[in-house]
Design a binder for this molecule. Structure first.
Ligand SMILES: C[S@@+](CC[C@H](N)C(=O)[O-])C[C@H]1O[C@@H](n2cnc3c(N)ncnc32)[C@H](O)[C@@H]1O
Length: 290
C-alpha cells in the first residue's frame, strides 16, 4: 500500500458517473490546493484553458526529436498493430502512431483534451478514433483485445489511491490480449523526493520559455506548476509514485516480465533518469479478464 493511503477512505465503489464539474473552462483547486488529493479532480485540471495551452508546454517538434522513434520501434518489435492510448491528452502519441500506420483508439477522461486531440488529428488528416472513458471503468467503453496499451506523459500519477491504481491496471489487463504489452511511464519521483528537483527540460515538457517545476512535494502530493512567459500559470496535482511501489503494483496486476527504460535507454539509472518507461507484458496463457 502507498504510504498516503493509510488514512484514506476507499475509492467510491459507485464512481460510475462523470462528476458534474466536467465542463469547467478554468482550473479550480478551491481554498486549499494542497488538500486536493483525489483522483476525480483531474477533470477540473484538464479543462479547456489548459487543453488550449498543452501543446505549448509539450512542443510536439522538440518532444518528437527528444524521444525519437522509441515508442514506434518498441511497438513494432512487439508486433503490435492495434494500440490503445489511454492517456491521449492532446494526441501527441496517438497522432505519431497513426501516422506510422498503427490502428489507434484514443481514450481520455477529459472532454477538453480529447476535443483538442481530435482537432490536432484532423489537421494532420489522420483517422482519429476517440473514446471518452475513465481508466477505472475502461472496459465499459472500449472493446479489446488490444495488442498494446500506452499510458504516457506521467499520467498514471493522477490516480490517488492504491485501490484506484489496482482498478486501472485490472482494466488495462482486461482489454489487453495475452502476450500484449502495457507501456506506462512515470517521472522519477524517488529522485525528486529524496534529492530535489532538477530538469533540463529535454524530455516530455519541451516547450521553450515555459517553466515546469514542482511548487510543493510530499510523499502524497506532487503539485507541479507550468508558468508561461506572460505569467499565465497552470497547476497539476499528482501523486508521486515511487519506482519500486509502482513496479510491485504492475507485477501484482498480472504483468510479467517488466522491463524499465530510463530516458528512453536501457538500463536505467535511479540517480540520473528523469522519466522511466515500464514495458510490462500480459503473459500468454492468461485469459482476458482473468
Ligand atoms: C499529463 S496528461 C498526458 C497527456 C499525453 N499523454 C501527453 O503525454 O502529452 C494526462 C492525461 O490523462 C488524462 N487522465 C488523467 N486521469 C485519468 C483517468 N482516471 N481516466 C482517463 N483519463 C485520465 C487527463 O485527462 C490528461 O489528458
Amino acid at each position: 500500500m502507498h504510504p498516503q493511503d493509510q488514512d484514506r477512505p476507499p475509492a467510491r465503489p459507485d464512481a460510475g458517473d462523470w462528476p458534474e464539474t466536467e465542463t469547467s473552462v478554468e482550473q479550480s483547486f478551491g481554498p486549499d490546493p494542497l488538500a486536493v488529493r483525489h483522483t476525480d479532480h483531474y477533470l477540473q485540471e484538464y479543462v479547456a484553458s489548459l487543453a488550449e495551452k498543452w501543446d505549448e508546454i509539450v512542443d510536439w517538434d522538440l518532444r518528437a526529436a527528444s524521444e525519437g522513434d522509441f515508442f514506434i520501434d518498441l511497438l513494432r518489435r512487439h508486433g503490435a498493430r492495434r494500440v490503445l492510448d489511454v492517456a491521449t491528452g492532446t494526441g501527441f502519441h496517438s497522432c505519431r502512431l497513426l501516422a506510422a500506420g498503427f490502428d489507434v483508439t484514443s481514450v481520455d477522461g477529459s472532454p477538453a483534451m480529447l476535443a483538442k486531440a481530435e482537432r490536432n488529428a484532423l489537421a494532420r488528416g489522420l483517422n482519429f478514433q476517440p473514446v471518452r472513458a475513465d481508466w477505472r471503468r475502461l472496459s465499459q467503453q472500449v472493446q479489446g483485445p488490444f495488442d498494446a496499451i500506452i499510458c504516457l506523459g506521467n499520467s498514471f500519477t493522477h490516480l490517488f489511491t492504491d485501490l484506484e491504481r489496482r482498478q486501472a491496471l485490472a482494466e488495462y489487463h482486461r482489454v489487453l490480449k495475452p502476450g500484449g504489452i502495457l507501456v506506462l511511464d512515470q517521472r522519477n519521483y524517488d529522485l525528486i523526493l529524496d534529492r530535489g528537483y532538477h530538469s533540463q527540460h529535454i524530455y516530455y515538457y519541451c516547450g521553450r520559455d515555459i517553466e515546469v517545476r514542482p511548487e510543493y512535494m510530499d510523499e502524497g502530493l506532487a503539485r507541479f506548476c507550468y508558468v508561461f512567459p506572460d505569467q499565465t500559470t497552470f497547476y497539476l496535482n499528482m501523486c508521486p509514485l515511487r519506482i519500486d511501489y509502482l513496479l510491485g503494483l504492475i507485477s501484482q496486476g498480472g504483468f510479467q516480465p517488466i522491463q524499465t527504460y530510463g530516458d528512453f535507454h536501457d538500463p536505467f539509472s535511479r540517480e540520473q533518469t528523469e522519466f522511466l518507461v515500464h514495458v510490462a507484458t500480459k503473459p500468454n496463457g492468461v485469459k482476458a479478464g482473468a
